[in-house]
Design a protein around this ligand. Sequence first.
Ligand SMILES: Nc1ncnc2c1ncn2[C@@H]1O[C@H](COP(=O)(O)OP(=O)(O)O)[C@@H](O)[C@H]1O
Ligand SMILES: [Mg+2]
Length: 196
Amino acid sequence: MDELTEGAPSPQEMEQLLNRALIGAVHLGEMIDNMLDHALAEGAELHLEPLSLGGPGGLVSDVGDLLGVPSLEVRGPSGPIVRGDEHGVRQLLASLLGNAVKYAAPERPLHVHVDIERRASRVVVTVSDNGRGIPEHEHETVFEPFSRAGTAGTVAGTGIGLTLCRLVVERHGGTISCASGPTGVGTTFTFDLPAD
Ligand SMILES: Nc1ncnc2c1ncn2[C@@H]1O[C@H](COP(=O)(O)OP(=O)(O)O)[C@@H](O)[C@H]1O
Ligand SMILES: [Mg+2]
């Protein structure tokens, strides 16, 4: 911190320093929150119960509304469909929908589609966006702790969200994967949970 050793800082320099400290504190807070969630997700027992994902009262539109996701389209049945841990599934959806918003492409309006489909004893969910996308060689590594894609640019983040998503899905006996969007634009995440 050269600024502190070379005489007294001017009011402007002081303000800059304080701003920098504040931004650092906010990032640190976000990281600590995420790590706590992570630790909880690893340690806590799952409370499995029937959950509705689609429809007006479903978890997808509920979480989408809370996050203010613009133009969110949900396809699939309403009513209880999954047997899952509500806290974990909410975290999972919040992370995926939050990412869709965070990593929107600046040059086009964001569209997010969620598809819910029952397949035998599993429910398969896809979350697709038309955002900035993730390079193919990073489709697997983005799930690793603290890993961020080359396309993240200046968007702030910790790289923990998708690690937590994978943990939640795996604790429900499922898998989660990442691919490019249907027309090569954007990103599609696919995961499965036990059917109710
Ligand atoms: N929907 C998305 N569109 C584009 N890139 C994404 C999307 N979701 C995740 N990513 C990329 O994957 C990385 C890891 O995501 P995540 O674990 O949630 O961490 P964070 O959002 O804190 O950076 C992000 O940094 C970003 O580069
Ligand atoms: Mg994230």
